[in-house]
Ligand binder design. Structure first.
Ligand SMILES: Cc1ncc(C[n+]2csc(CCOP(=O)(O)OP(=O)(O)O)c2C)c(N)n1
Length: 308
């Protein structure tokens, strides 16, 4: 569903009805889907500005998603936030932010609250490898380990911060080896396979609950489109042709589709589900376009927390 939503965005963004900048998840979806499915209804998540897959995996709500991207009142924030600030607190989607790494301490706060109030509930922060260049990532990791918080750090490791690779940004060779020095369990995956990421996350959850210590998941992945925008930039100088071919040859959606067929589902049944998803997404886009824009009065609502 996430991939279909973003394919729709790629198609209709040039119409200029969605004014928000776009940071696309395409290629990386297996991370959000595998982790959020494993958390089930028992997780609070915070995303980076590359938030589409996380929001859709956690909420399964493409109606409010397209409403928000169109700046309409049926959006998740009444159309006032755009693509970088998607949130649905009742569904455990605590938010996303345009400031690199700024969501990580918010998730740590949720983990602290869960430790006091909701035993067994886990908070997860999704962030790119670029966020690990920020001090607040290390402070968040440190305090979570020191306090034994039910916290999951999920690094969507696409090797790139905009156009710059880790090897040019970081003064150490392996983030995972550094994080292993902390009192948390560390997991790695480079399969791009949603089921493998799901299984790894289930193990991490069990470990967090049994040991009372955080987990750090480093999941290798690959961003298909430009850093910000909806265009494929495979020919850009910072790209490597062999890397591009390697990751697109193990596309997470194609992998899962092939698995369904190998497990005995008929092609026509898979196509029927795909058609159903496409039709539902088109209905969400139509509903968004038909909805009203927020009024000037609504701009002042929801800016500050109001105690119930
Ligand atoms: C604190 C801060 N510094 C710089 C930026 C500018 N910036 C936007 S995206 C980005 C790269 C982030 O890369 P990464 O965290 O790996 O995420 P990815 O885009 O790969 O998903 C930077 C430096 C920002 N938004 N916030």
């Amino acid at each position: 569903m996430t991939r279909r939503c973003e394919e729709t965005i790629v198609r209709i963004y040039p119409d200029d009805e969605m004014k928000t900048p776009m940071h696309m998840s395409m290629g990386q979806e297996a991370v959000a889907v595998g982790v959020c499915r494993a958390l089930g209804n028992n997780g609070d998540v915070v995303a980076s500005y590359r938030s589409h897959a996380t929001y859709l995996a956690q909420t399964e709500d493409h109606g409010s998603f397209f409403g928000e991207l169109h700046g309409r009142v049926n959006g998740t924030a009444d159309g006032k936030s755009g693509s970088m600030h998607l949130a649905d607190i009742p569904k455990g989607m605590l938010g996303s932010t345009g400031i690199v790494a700024a969501g990580i301490p918010v998730a740590v706060g949720a983990a602290f609250a869960n430790k006091q109030n909701s035993p067994g509930r886990i908070a997860a922060a999704f962030f790119g490898d670029g966020a690990t260049d920020e001090g607040v990532f290390w402070e968040s990791l440190n305090v979570s380990c020191a306090m034994g918080l039910p916290m999951m750090f999920v690094c969507e490791d696409n090797d790139l911060a905009v156009h710059t690779r880790k090897s040019h940004r970081q003064g150490f060779n392996s983030l995972v080896e550094v994080v292993k020095k902390y009192r948390c369990s560390v997991y790695e995956d480079d399969t791009n396979d949603v089921e493998s990421i799901y299984a790894m996350t289930r193990s991490a959850i069990a470990q967090i609950i049994a040991m009372g210590t955080p987990a750090f998941l480093n999941v290798k992945t690959y961003r298909y489109l430009e850093p910000c925008g909806t265009t494929m930039d495979s020919d850009a100088p910072y790209r490597r042709a062999e890397e591009d071919a390697y990751w697109k040859g193990r596309d997470c959606v194609a992998l899962q589709r092939a698995r369904l067929l190998a497990n005995g589902l008929a092609e026509k049944d898979v196509v029927a589900v795909e058609n159903e998803i496409n039709a539902a997404i088109l209905a969400s886009v139509a509903a968004a376009k038909a909805a009203a824009h927020p009024t000037p009065q609504q701009l002042y609502y929801g800016v500050f927390y109001e105690a119930p």
